[in-house]
Unconditional design. Structure first.
Length: 324
């Protein structure tokens, strides 16, 4: 018999302001853009390295939010529409988090030390929640276990918080960039050297919030610190996540028509960077997708006929039979 193993989800802790995240994982993604559109590639070459990294991070978060919809529907979690309610699922997918990033300013922190901290950070605090989840989903058939993990992000509006980010500087009496940085934990073996400050319009469920956020970069260009107070530092949680949706593309779930359509619509060419299966991004368009090379490899592997039994309880779907 086939057993579906769905352990309790492990919440990945949110990145707090004092945490440091690897810079190198994103760094290698920024040299390529979507090769099917030369005009977009030309646009990317005019971006600074820091801007590209920021855009990739928010694109990954938006992609992870859409993956959550698919996974909640497939796993039939309470409160979510079923796979036969495609109109509702489409609406929920379209209403997931999107981020419009503009007004980028990048440079050396030493050049802006005398400026107010609010020149980098401004707007509401902790208004959108970001819970990144890793699910080590697997299917057992006898002694064989097929591991099909998935990482996604639940993004949601939190209770209104009227405390603006600029109030933090007033409360703690830290009026300048230099003074804030002096009290902040630095990266390993160095100091925060460069910054990328930018305006954000976050769009979620047809509501919007506008603010200014900043990413800090280490002097050795190995580490990055996202400072997005409105999202509770949530963007940092996806920086080092490959996020390849193995649960949706490597198993029988990919044969569900709605999932099939989503997979096709979210294949992305020309951006793969790593040996491992990955979600890769086009910073010029602000989108991420399943790396085409990885997806084609997954789809070329036949599904174990026994694994199709997991579809038997999914909205009355009839498992596909292999030809004899």
């Amino acid at each position: 018999m086939l057993n579906t193993v769905l352990p309790t989800r492990h919440r990945i802790p949110l990145i707090v302001a004092m945490c440091v995240l690897p810079f190198s994982i994103l760094q290698s993604q920024i040299t390529k853009a979507h090769r099917t559109d030369p005009t977009k590639t030309k646009t990317v070459t005019r971006m600074s390295r820091e801007e590209k990294l920021v855009r990739i991070t928010y694109a990954k978060l938006s992609f992870a939010a859409r993956m959550s919809v698919l996974w909640h529907a497939v796993s039939q979690q309470q409160g979510w529409p079923g796979l036969n309610d495609q109109l509702t699922l489409d609406k929920i997918l379209n209403d997931q988090a999107k981020f419009d990033l503009t007004g980028f300013k990048t440079g050396n922190l030493s050049d802006i030390g005398s400026l107010s901290w609010t020149s980098l950070i401004e707007g509401p605090v902790d208004v959108i929640g970001v819970n990144v989840q890793y699910v080590p989903f697997s299917i057992r058939n006898g002694k064989k276990e097929h591991k099909l993990p998935i990482t996604y992000a639940d993004v949601f509006w939190k209770k209104k918080n009227d405390l603006p980010a600029e109030h933090l500087a007033e409360e703690h009496k830290i009026p300048t960039v230099k003074e804030v940085l002096s009290g902040m934990h630095g990266p390993n073996g160095g100091a925060w050297s460069r910054y990328a400050s930018f305006s954000v319009v976050a769009i979620l469920q047809q509501r919007t919030v506008s603010y200014r956020a900043t990413f800090l970069f280490s002097s050795n260009e190995k580490e990055i610190l996202p400072l997005d107070y409105a999202l509770g530092m949530g963007p940092g949680s996806v920086i080092h996540q490959p996020m390849y949706p193995s649960a949706l593309v490597d198993g029988a779930y990919r044969e569900i028509p709605f999932v099939q359509g989503w997979i096709t619509a979210n294949e992305l060419e020309g951006c793969k960077e790593f040996a491992e299966p990955e979600v890769c991004c086009d910073p010029a368009r602000g989108v991420c997708g399943i790396a085409s090379e990885d997806l084609q490899h997954s789809l070329a592997v036949p599904i174990d006929p026994d694994e199709r039994d997991v579809l038997g309880t999914r909205m009355g779907l009839t498992p596909k039979k292999d030809k004899k």
